[in-house]
Design a protein around this ligand. Structure first.
Ligand SMILES: [Zn+2]
Length: 490
């Protein structure tokens, strides 16, 4: 048996000005051929599970490409074409028995709003009837093309995504059993007219905790896989929003019924998917009064992991204005500032125009650097290995990295975008996050994977940026209407 195993992952924020080209995939992780088992076997990723399953089944593997980029704007045309070509080419050559694909589910490119559906349709065009299993992100914006061109699909049930391997293994086994003739997967899918906010999708919280429990109940009751996607709302595409897909063993009516149950349940709690705002100054003042740290300050409107530019200084500026001390920040993207600190050297005093290098026309924001003086505390190459529960075992690179210390604040400054979901972003730069009173994190939910265990309190800070949870500053044109909460339902 020959299995095609590949990964193509990008969560596209159509409001983000950050370009997504081949180099951005190389920055996060782009592997080809034999490098893939070497780099990704043993990791907590769906592709890690696919590689293990292939070994267990004594299958020959064809691993053309495994590529992931940090979330950002639409994927460049040439980059997308290269990715698709790499995955499709071995299938077109023939001799492939099935494909196991580790995808994101919310990829938008310059040429299509549905990067995954378009890839799958192309695979099926060159290899009609090819059995294909996909594991996708909880933030998938599910489309008809994805479902119609796959044999079996599943999404993560956790956010932060700590079950990537588990869902990969689950859907991989479904496909292997189907190849053996033990099961006959059929799928039902649907969408709710609901644009849920990412900040309200944490699976330890209401409403996702209960909804994900329902998916597990559907599986306990016999579904081969049941998934409720929160969707990715920072994509102005027709299919953005909440959806569900259920795989059963030959029971189409059962799959339809389970899918409807999941969508109805999500719709019933639609108000819980809406984030309630708090003025930034009030949130920071509230944080200032919390005596026991670390207190996490979430700069969620500039969440790198959803396409944020990671250089909006609004929250940092307010925290300094109110005089909070013992603050560590992960992280500000500013390669130019890193270069200046490298030139100055560790221990040197520097004055910088920090951050604010990126214009954000989609939300009417201009880049606004922060004038800041301080001391270069450390310099590093920004490479470290994740030990926490999310992306465990993956080598991370934030590019050349420096820490600026100024008025009770230690700011990690990076050259490559990186969402702080693991304490390694601090510890690899000689900062003990547990010893700080405040941690400003440019993250929304994923920070919980690494930081929830040490946090004494969390304050959500409504700053500015292209990952804002304020729908009024996002101009939606393409998304299907009516959709809640952009539209009210009677
Ligand atoms: Zn996600």
């Amino acid at each position: 048996m020959r299995l095609l195993i590949a990964m193509m992952m990008h969560e596209t924020n159509t409001f983000s000005p950050v370009p997504t080209d081949w180099a951005r995939f190389e920055d996060w992780g782009l592997h080809r051929g034999d490098e893939i088992p070497e780099a990704l076997a043993g990791t907590n990723m769906p592709i890690g599970a696919f590689l293990d399953l292939a070994k267990e089944a004594r299958a020959e593997i064809v691993t053309p490409i495994a590529a992931e980029a940090m979330p950002s704007g639409p994927v460049a045309r040439a980059t997308y074409e290269r990715l698709v070509e790499a995955i499709v080419e071995p299938a077109a050559r023939g001799g492939i028995d099935a494909a196991l694909l580790d995808l994101h589910g919310a990829m938008v490119t310059e040429t299509t709003p549905d990067g995954e559906g378009t890839l799958l349709a192309e695979l099926r065009r060159v290899a009609p009837g090819l059995p294909i299993a996909c594991a996708t992100d909880l933030h998938t914006n599910l489309t008809r093309a994805m479902v119609e061109n796959a044999t079996a699909m599943i999404g993560y049930k956790t956010y932060p995504h700590v079950d990537m391997y588990a869902v990969g293994e689950q859907i991989g086994r479904v496909l292997l059993r189907a190849l053996d003739g033990q099961v006959e997967p059929v799928m039902a899918w649907g969408q709710a007219p609901l644009l849920a906010q990412t900040l309200r999708m944490g699976t330890d919280d209401t409403p996702m905790r209960g909804l994900q429990a329902m998916t597990r109940s559907e599986e306990a009751a016999g579904a081969l896989a049941a998934t409720l996607f929160g969707g990715f709302p920072l994509a102005d595409i027709h299919d953005a929003g909440v959806s569900a897909v259920v795989v059963t063993d030959g029971d189409q009516a059962g799959a339809e019924a389970a899918c409807t149950r999941l969508l109805d349940a999500a719709w019933a709690v639609r108000d819980d998917f809406v984030y309630n705002h708090e003025p930034l100054a009030e949130a920071v003042a509230r944080a200032n009064s919390i005596e026991e740290g670390p207190v996490l300050l979430l700069d969620h409107a500039d969440n790198v992991g959803s396409g944020g530019t990671q250089d909006v200084m609004t929250v940092i500026r307010e925290v300094r204005r109110q005089g909070l001390r013992d603050v560590a920040v992960a992280a500000v993207w500013d390669p130019e500032a890193v270069r200046k600190m490298q030139e100055a050297g560790v221990g040197a005093d520097v004055t910088l125009a920090l951050g604010g290098k990126t214009e954000m026309p989609s939300v009417g924001l201009a880049g606004a650097p922060l004038e800041i003086s301080g001391r270069v505390r450390s310099l590093s190459d920004g490479t470290w290995v994740v030990r926490g529960p999310m992306y465990t075992g993956i080598t991370v690179s934030t590019g050349p990295t420096a820490v600026l210390e100024s008025e009770g604040m230690k700011i990690v400054v990076v050259s490559q975008h990186h969402e702080p979901w693991d304490v390694g972003i601090f510890t690899s730069n000689d900062i003990d996050p547990a010893a700080e009173h405040y941690l400003i994190l440019k993250s929304r939910i994923h920070y919980r994977a690494g930081f929830a265990p040490i946090a004494k309190a969390t304050v959500t800070c409504d700053g500015e940026g292209v990952t804002t949870s304020d729908n009024s500053v996002l101009r939606y044109v393409q998304v299907r209407r009516p959709i809640y909460p952009l539209d009210q339902f009677g």
